[in-house]
Design a protein around this ligand. Structure first.
Ligand code: CTP
Length: 209
């Protein structure tokens, strides 16, 4: 079984020295990659910039931007039995990248942002029969309603809904608490627990026939 997992944030360039990004540490995606490897799967980890060691026995593809992550996912998609998008992919990027370093001026400035490609939605549109597609939803309110809407809109099999407003879990933390929603209406609460334990439970559920 070949499992492709994305992890970490993306960086969207503003100029030669600046970027837009987010607080994702990559820990959940890396925990999933290690747990999948230990279950005997062949694992490809597509990783944004994080300060985590590459897991042994996993093929790591390092990327920076949402566009690079989209290209890396596309390159792996046809060979994947399972794809888990745990990365916090930027929804927007600067519409223009400034060459060199953008020098300051006296007044305020405006950076125009344009949408990035929704990688997960594209995977959902092209999904082959039998492939398992899993997304994450980081929400601060209406957790289950928003997550369920994403599950259906992006044609996913499962979505792991993450309440990122809770202190001590989620972004940057070693622990997490998620509600796993299935397209068949199943709802499984996982944690609070170390991300590695959440990863193992999540994989056992989504790989169950
Ligand atoms: N995702 C993606 N490509 C993007 C943005 C997100 O593949 N450009 C994936 C993430 O990896 C995650 C899921 O989509 O699995 C998150 O869904 P999304 O609708 O982007 O959630 P939010 O960014 O939280 O969006 P919203 O502002 O609608 O809450």
């Amino acid at each position: 079984m070949r499992i492709v997992i994305s992890a970490g944030p993306t960086r969207e360039r503003i100029d030669a020295v600046r970027f837009l990004s987010n607080r994702s540490s990559g820990k959940m995606g890396y925990a999933l990659a290690e747990a999948a490897r230990d279950l005997g799967a062949e694992v490809v980890l597509i990783s944004g910039p994080v300060s985590l060691a590459a897991p042994e026995g996993v093929r790591v593809v390092n990327v920076e931007s949402a566009a690079e992550m989209a290209a890396a996912v596309r390159a792996e998609e046809a060979q994947a039995d399972v794809i888990i998008m745990a990365a916090a992919v930027a929804d927007y990027r600067p519409a223009r990248v400034v060459d060199g370093k953008w020098k300051k001026s006296a007044g305020p400035v405006t950076i125009e942002l344009e949408r990035t490609e929704d990688i997960l939605a594209g995977l959902g549109e092209r999904k082959r029969p039998g492939m398992i597609l899993v997304g994450f939803a980081a929400e601060t309110e209406n957790l289950l309603a928003y997550a369920d809407e994403k599950l259906r809109r992006k044609n996913l099999d499962w979505i792991a809904a993450n309440d990122v407003s809770c202190a001590g879990i989620g972004f940057g933390s070693d622990r997490n608490q998620v509600v796993l929603l299935g397209r068949d209406g199943r709802k499984v609460e996982l944690g609070p627990a170390p991300k590695r334990e959440i990863a193992e439970s999540l994989l056992r559920i989504v790989l169950m026939k």
